[in-house]
Write a protein that binds this ligand. Structure first.
Ligand SMILES: O=P(O)(O)O[C@@H]1[C@@H](OP(=O)(O)O)[C@H](OP(=O)(O)O)[C@H](O)[C@H](OP(=O)(O)O)[C@H]1OP(=O)(O)O
Ligand SMILES: Nc1ncnc2c1ncn2[C@@H]1O[C@H](COP(=O)(O)OP(=O)(O)OP(=O)(O)O)[C@@H](O)[C@H]1O
Length: 348
């Protein structure tokens, strides 16, 4: 495995993803996901398999732990340096990463991949508004940045028009909740039509008809816990007494931060990436579904859950502090029109 055979795809706070472009059949159509800091890779691998096996079996990808030869990371850093737009360095001592299916590329067809980070699908009793929107409001106030339009409660609502609205909102203000790739290049800000239909319509139609978001929401809620209470118990009790509660809560934290990749297998005759939007009127598209795979208006697609990293229990103190801050956002007069949904959601 040579660093020269890898192409930079993207990265988050914790990991960099690079795609294999060489000719070794073992790595063909694979992505290497490399942690930036020292982590327990086996625990991360086990968390992916635990979630795939027990919660999201239909949205899994192939995955294996892989060891790096000495100097591989150093050579890779040089190779991808110009394409990265972050200043943090990779961990040169990193010995292991995850080798996974490349969801933004395919064999025999072109891949258009839509990545959505859906966040929290429900409002827990400790909050009086959408937790994501409160956090948006807090970030906007602290950093003096504009609010995004996206509200996850629309995305998870199960109502086609609200799902479509949320996907359009994501298109308008994608932030880190939406990315679109075509042939491994990021094209998030381009108008995109497949088979004459706006990509937002196809995404909304899939998410309306595929139960993936309802599955995620179900387990987020099932394993959710009151973080302030959990923090107090953690401080005052022996940890083994609340081991199961803590571990369930960390699973919920992971499910509130995962992403979905919808990979469309398109050909040049049914794809147009435009320079300007032509505002077609949209309606529900025809979806045939079998597990996490299917076809929308005849175009094959696959839905995969990614970013299922194990979340460390040491996060609890920070999450408790954040919750206290978010509750203070709740109590102040807030500009969010999506507050209006809360009472409706609660009464449903
Ligand atoms: O707490 P949140 O909801 O802000 O989520 C964090 C994410 O921020 P977001 O609000 O999605 O921009 C945050 O995303 P970004 O790095 O901002 O893209 C991380 O995913 C973070 O996880 P970790 O600390 O790297 O394990 C996420 O932290 P945890 O999910 O581990 O709490
Ligand atoms: N299997 C895959 N196929 C194609 N691209 C991928 C794959 N896995 C990850 N990526 C790309 O790499 C990016 C970074 O990966 P990931 O989201 O897992 O990193 P992260 O650092 O954990 O993110 P965050 O900061 O949200 O926690 C993803 O946003 C996605 O664009």
């Amino acid at each position: 495995m040579e660093a020269i055979d890898f192409k930079y795809i993207d990265e988050g706070n914790a990991n960099v993803a690079v795609a294999y472009t060489g000719s070794n059949i073992v790595y063909k159509n694979k992505i290497l996901r490399i942690p930036k800091k020292k982590v327990d890779m086996r625990k991360i691998y086990e968390n992916y398999t635990y979630i795939y096996n027990t919660m999201l079996p239909e949205y899994r990808m192939n995955l294996e732990l892989i060891g790096f030869e000495k100097d591989f990371i150093r050579e890779l850093m040089v190779k991808i340096d110009k394409e990265r737009n972050r200043n943090d360095e990779l961990d040169l001592a990193c010995e292991e990463g995850l080798l996974m299916d490349n969801l933004v590329s395919g064999e025999g067809s072109n891949v258009l991949a839509v990545e959505i980070k859906p966040k929290w699908g429900f409002v827990p009793p400790e909050y009086s508004a959408c937790r994501f929107c409160l956090h948006e409001e807090l970030k906007a106030r602290k950093k003096n940045i504009p609010l995004g339009k996206f509200c996850p409660l629309d995305l998870y609502s199960g109502d086609f028009n609200r799902i479509l609205k949320s996907v359009n909102d994501l298109r308008a203000t994608p932030k880190n909740n939406l990315k679109i790739f075509y042939q491994q290049e990021n094209i998030t800000d381009k108008p995109i039509y497949i088979g004459g239909k706006n990509i937002t319509n196809l995404i909304a139609s899939i998410l309306y008809q595929c139960p993936v978001l309802q599955n995620i929401k179900h387990f987020q809620e099932k394993f959710h816990d009151n973080v302030e209470e959990l923090y107090q118990l953690k401080m005052n009790l022996e940890e083994h007494l609340i081991h199961e509660r803590l571990s369930n809560f960390m699973t919920s934290v992971c499910l509130k931060d995962l992403s979905l990749m919808i990979s469309f297998y398109v050909d040049n005759t049914n794809l147009s990436i435009l320079e300007e939007d032509n505002h077609l009127v949209e309606s529900l598209a025809k979806v045939h579904l079998s597990g996490g795979e299917g076809a929308v208006e005849g175009i094959p697609f696959k839905v995969t859950a990614i970013d299922l990293d194990y979340k460390n229990e040491s996060k609890i103190a920070g999450l408790k502090d954040l919750e206290v801050e978010l509750k203070s956002v709740c109590s102040k007069k807030c500009s969010l029109q999506r507050y209006l949904y809360i009472s409706k959601e609660r009464n449903e």
